[in-house]
Structures are given as structure tokens and as C-alpha cells.
Design a protein around this ligand. Structure first.
Ligand code: GDP
Ligand code: ZN
Length: 410
């Protein structure tokens, strides 16, 4: 993020270190020169390939990071050597951090990112921008207060007012709930961009897990940053490892061999992982399967899986469909294309959830014909939550919890 105008550009490792290596490591940059520093340490794989094809050493390296794009490539240190591509290992992360510092960043102080993010958020919110998150929140809050006023007027001057049109009230609440939901969808999408999506591919030996992964990573739209438990030793040698992979995943893909159909071993594996995570059945090797085994698998999918896809790692059939299934299952397909002009932080997200829940209770209260005093309680709660997001009414409690967070973590 480079919104905050500061005199220095800071860098830090923001994924956990010290424990077992994570699947992905993240080094974060913030400040005026963040883009420049990233440009200096990063070499895009695409660009390298193109360069090789052209066989010409074209001018200066002019790679610039593009907003909201994920790019694959390598990090080079100040001597131009490539920092090994070893994902979340601490050694690797420290070398990347070092490279950023050599390229002009300085190490972030504890809490500095949080501070900047907060200040960024505040700056954003004070600019009454066109169509952004802050105007959405302000508009929601205004709707809450308008409704609250109408209802409270009934409390005070019941005799002089026409009766409340409950249907109209409900439809207003529904509209507000929709807006809150769409803001939360964007927040989820944000989380994906920040942390990546963990997908575990599990399955018996030789069903084609590695081949699928390989076919997948070649696809243009690959959304998977790291796939847990995909190597032979992790998944195939010891089943308890596939349980671990499944526990850490956002989505579990269980691959089976469509040539052989569903087997006893598949049943055992399915029992072992016992997860309430979204599960997708991938019936691989469709290129060589017979209609019989396919039909048998079709029956199987109803029992334990949210979705199922026929694939061929060889021809690439079904790979795109699999990606779509994942996005759909996580509700990420609902993010409007071309949308996402704003980011939602954890604190704002919590308040959105609080708003959503208050609106749900409000709907219940109306349905159960509770006295309208109860309605106003929920509306006030929603308005308060929204006010905390927009910073119109940041209570001391919120501020102190934010500052408490400065002292710990990033
Ligand atoms: P893993 O043990 O589950 O990772 O399976 P591999 O990816 O190593 O694949 C096992 C074998 O199946 C290899 O010989 C692959 O070439 C083959 N294979 C994988 N996917 C397909 C597919 O979709 N169609 C066909 N015909 N063969 C496949
Ligand atoms: Zn494999």
C-alpha cells in the first residue's frame, strides 16, 4: 500500500516466523517508494521468458507492480543473485527482507504497519469520495437513522402519525442487509488477496494429484498460491498428513481416478479426513474413463461433496471449471468484476458483521411482533457499528483497542 504519504518506506515479514515454515511467506512494503523497491528486487517470470524469446537485452528493466495483480517471479538480492524460491522458510524470508532494505526500504517498527493502515483508513474516510467504501457506510448509517427517526416518532407521537408500513420497513432493512453483505463479500475477497487461498488436494496414489496441480499452475487464471499436501510423501505415504492438510485448507479437493471409479480406499480416505470444510470431488482421467465408472462416481458425489468436476490433467479439460467451483463455493464469485476499489480491514469487518447481526435481529423482532421499542434497540446498534467504521463516532474504547494492537504483532 502506498497511499500514506510518508518520508520513508518500511518493510517487514508479516507471516509467522520461528515456528514450522508456513506454506507462503509474506514480506510487506509500505510507503512512497514501495513500488520502486518492489521493482528493484523482483523479476517477473513472464518478462524473463519474453526476454529470452526475443533474444535481445532490451534497455532498462522497467517492471512495475500492477495493483491487484498477482505475479509470479523471483526476488534478486543487491548482487543480482536469485533468492531461492523456497516459499515460507524463515531463511528465505529474511533474505527477501534484506534485499528490500538494500533496495531502499527500512525495517518497520513494531506496530508501524498498523498505524499507517489506520491513518490510511482515516484519510480515506474523510475524503467523501465517489462511490467508495466510506460513502457506502455513510449511506447505510443515514438509512439506519432515517428509519430510527420514523420509528421513534411513532413512539412519541403515535396519535398524530399514520401507522407504520411494516412491509416498507422490511424492504428497507433487506436493502440495507444486501449492501452489508456485498461489503463483506469484498472483505472476503480482500482476505484472499492478502493471505492467499489454501487448497488441499488429497487422494490415493496415482489418481493424478501432481498432474492436476501441474495443469492448474499453467492455467492463466491460477488463483492458488500454495497447495498443501500435494506431494507423494505428504499425502500418500501417511494418511494423517492428509488430515492435517485438510484441517489447514480453505477448500479440500478429493481427487479420484475416473478410470477405476470409486474404490474402498477412497471411502477410507474420505472417512479419515472427516471435515466440514467445503469439499470438491475431482474425477480425473476422464479422457480414458468409461461411461460406467463415471456414472458410479456421479452417485458418489451426492453423499459427501459440495461440488464435483470431471477433469483430465492430460488434456486440461475441466480445469477452468474446477477453479470456478472453488470460487463459487467460497462465495468469491460474487465480487463484482471491476469492483474492489476499496479494502476493508479487520476492525471494519467486525463492525460490518455487527451491523449485519443487528439487522437480522431487527427483522426477527418485527416478524415476532415485538413492541417497537425493541426495534429501535437493534437499529441503534446497527447505526453505532456503522459509525465506528466511518470514524464519525470513534469511541475511546475503539481507539484504545486499536492502540493496544500497536504493541503486539505488526
Ligand atoms: P499422484 O500420485 O496422485 O500425484 O498422480 P500423478 O500425477 O503422479 O499421476 C499418476 C499417473 O497418472 C501418471 O502416469 C500421469 O501421467 C497419469 N495421469 C494423471 N492425470 C491423468 C489424466 O487426466 N489422464 C490420463 N490419461 N492420465 C493421467
Ligand atoms: Zn503426486
Amino acid at each position: 500500500d502506498n497511499q500514506f504519504q510518508s518520508s520513508s518506506t518500511i518493510a517487514a515479514i508479516v507471516t509467522p516466523v520461528g515456528g514450522p515454515p508456513g506454506a507462503v511467506g509474506i514480506v510487506r512494503l509500505s510507503g512512497d517508494k514501495a513500488v520502486e523497491v518492489a521493482g528493484r528486487v523482483f523479476r517477473s517470470a513472464k518478462r524473463r521468458r519474453r526476454k529470452e524469446e526475443e533474444e535481445s537485452d532490451c534497455s532498462e528493466d522497467s517492471w512495475r507492480p500492477r495493483s491487484h495483480f498477482v505475479e509470479y517471479g523471483v526476488v534478486v538480492d543487491s548482487k543480482g543473485s536469485v533468492v531461492d524460491e523456497c516459499h515460507g522458510s524463515e531463511v528465505c524470508l529474511r533474505r527477501v527482507l534484506r534485499a528490500c532494505v538494500d533496495a531502499g526500504a527500512r525495517l518497520a517498527e513494531p506496530g508501524e504497519f498498523t498505524l499507517r493502515a489506520f491513518l490510511n483508513g482515516r484519510l480515506d474516510l474523510t475524503q467523501a469520495e465517489n462511490g467508495g467504501f466510506s460513502s457506502l457506510v455513510k449511506s447505510l448509517r443515514a438509512q439506519c437513522i432515517e428509519l430510527l427517526t420514523e420509528i421513534e416518532a411513532r413512539l412519541d407521537f403515535d396519535d398524530e402519525m399514520p401507522p407504520l408500513d411494516t412491509d416498507l420497513v422490511i424492504s428497507k432493512i433487506n436493502k440495507m442487509s444486501e449492501d452489508v453483505e456485498s461489503a463483506l463479500d469484498t472483505a472476503n475477497y480482500d482476505k484472499l488477496l492478502q493471505t492467499g487461498l489454501q487448497v488441499a488436494i488429497i487422494g490415493r496414489p496415482n489418481v493424478g494429484k501432481s498432474s492436476l496441480l501441474n495443469a492448474w499452475s499453467k492455467s492463466e487464471r491460477a488463483i492458488v498460491t500454495e497447495v498443501a499436501g500435494t506431494t507423494r510423501d505428504v499425502v500418500e505415504a501417511r494418511v494423517e498428513r492428509s488430515e492435517t492438510a485438510a484441517k489447514l485448507a480453505d477448500v479440500i479437493i478429493m481427487a479420484v481416478n475416473a478410470v477405476e471409479g470409486w474404490t474402498e480406499e477412497d471411502t477410507e480416505l474420505l472417512h479419515k479426513i472427516q471435515s466440514d470444510k467445503p469439499m470438491i470431488l475431482v474425477m480425473n482421467k476422464i479422457d480414458s474413463a468409461t461411461p460406467d465408472t463415471c456414472e458410479q462416481l456421479e452417485d458418489k458425489k451426492e453423499e459427501a461433496f459440495h461440488r464435483s468436476v470431471f477433469t483430465s490433467a492430460v488434456t486440461g479439460q475441466g480445469i477452468e471449471e474446477l477453479e470456478e467451483a472453488i470460487l463459487e463455493i467460497l462465495g468469491l464469485d460474487r465480487v463484482p468484476s471491476g469492483g474492489h476499489q476499496w479494502t476493508v480491514n479487520q476492525r471494519q469487518c467486525e463492525q460490518l458483521v455487527r451491523t449485519k447481526e443487528a439487522l437480522e435481529r431487527l427483522r426477527e423482532a418485527i416478524k415476532d411482533e415485538l413492541p417497537i421499542d425493541f426495534w429501535t434497540i437493534e437499529l441503534r446498534e446497527a447505526a453505532l457499528a456503522l459509525a465506528q467504521i466511518s470514524g464519525q463516532d470513534v469511541s475511546e474504547e475503539v481507539l484504545s483497542s486499536i492502540f493496544a494492537k500497536f504493541c503486539i504483532g505488526k
